[in-house]
Design a protein around this ligand. Structure first.
Ligand code: SAM
Ligand code: SF4
Length: 339
């Protein structure tokens, strides 16, 4: 059975946050100090995460899972969880290109410890990896992340490439006056490494509430800057993926932009989210959550949990309204939801 929301969109992708903690303090995500962390016992165990994932895959034909956080690599024994989830298979009769095959399992990470983990994660069954990198300048890296780890992240990117992840993608959040002068340098980096850079528009999900519309650098501006130096042509269909993609005409690979603010892609959204403490959300910007941890720990059957997931998806809205007067910021920030 498929999970279809009130606007006819089919849920296929589950984003699971496995921790709210992080070894960075990116200014667009968290304050330097003062985040209130979840207690260990509040966080779902690997068994609980696996049970919910297997309900979503087994009953609802979800065919792709991305692990995120916080920083997922700070959670102990991450490869064990990857090993469990990578065994999940999409039903053979499912309406999915992966029917009868293993799910598409991906990870989003800041890359700081990837040089130590990449091979183990690959062996455990992880397929794809996205690494965040907003600047190539070490001083600026420190200013953005409040940590001195640029070299480690660059080594992590190399380690991911060598471990054979396919594809490796780089996420770069662009902020006006912070790193909008590096769009071209990051694009060049992606071409050299033969990895896809995905520029992300800055969203109002920073814990400090400092987001302003004029800090957003929009898709059109990003693409125009790159196109002036490396001519681009747009790759046709995006489908449910959040990034619009362009191909370098000289064969230098592809580049993407996630235009969450200037060109929201809610109409094609196929995602749902699970927070580290087991709250089910149908949108990054949701203001309501469904408490699956209470169900799990209250002894609910798989049927009851599946019914709650269906109920949640039945409330999914058409889309967020960043920039409109009707927009309400969610109470949680990015690292507390799972980006
Ligand atoms: N810690 C991991 C990382 O940074 O890749 C995974 C979690 S992080 C919340 C997921 C993604 O969200 C990262 O690519 C990060 O750059 C992005 N992000 C965080 N805050 C954001 C914001 N306010 N606007 C846009 N993207 C944001
Ligand atoms: Fe940590 Fe990722 Fe947020 Fe940066 S964006 S503070 S790495 S969770």
């Amino acid at each position: 059975m498929q999970l279809i929301d009130p606007f006819g969109r089919t849920v296929r992708d589950l984003r699971i946050s496995i921790t709210d903690r992080c070894n960075f303090r990116c200014a667009y995500c968290m304050p330097e100090e003062g985040m209130a962390w979840l207690d260990r016992k509040e966080i779902l165990t690997f068994e609980e995460i696996s049970r919910l994932a297997s309900i979503c895959v087994g009953r609802f034909d979800v065919d792709s899972i991305r692990l995120t956080g916080g920083e997922p690599t700070v959670r102990a024994h991450l490869p064990v969880l990857v090993g469990k989830l990578s065994q999940l298979k999409v039903r053979s009769g499912a309406d999915s290109p992966r029917a009868g095959k293993k799910i598409d399992l991906a990870l989003t990470t800041n890359g700081a410890t990837l040089r130590l983990l990449a091979n183990e994660l690959k062996t455990a069954g992880l397929e794809r990896i996205n690494i965040s990198l907003d600047t190539l300048q070490s001083e600026k890296f420190f200013r953005i992340t409040r940590r001195d780890h640029l070299t480690n992240v660059l080594d992590g990117i190399d380690a991911a490439i060598h471990a054979g992840f396919s594809p490796v993608k780089i996420n770069a959040v662009i902020q006006r006056g912070v790193n909008d002068d590096e769009i071209l340098a990051l694009a060049r980096f992606g071409r050299e490494k033969q990895v896809e850079i995905r520029f992300i528009e800055f969203m109002p999900l920073d814990a400090q509430g400092e987001w302003r519309a004029n800090s957003v650098v929009g898709q059109d501006e990003i693409v125009a800057q790159i196109n002036q130096v490396f001519p681009l042509e747009q790759v046709a269909a995006r489908g449910a993926a959040p990034a619009d993609r362009w191909r370098y005409l000289d064969g230098g690979g592809t580049v993407g932009v996630i235009p969450s603010v200037t060109k929201p892609f809610c109409g094609d959204c196929d995602r749902v989210r699970l927070t580290a403490e087991g709250q089910f959300r149908t949108c990054l910007f949701s203001t309501t959550e469904f408490d699956l941890r209470a169900k799990l720990r209250g002894g609910a059957s798989d049927d009851a949990i599946a019914a709650e997931i269906e109920r949640a998806v039945g409330t999914k809205w058409a889309g967020h309204a960043i920039g409109n007067v009707t927009f309400v910021r969610p109470k949680r920030s990015m690292s507390q939801i799972g980006g």
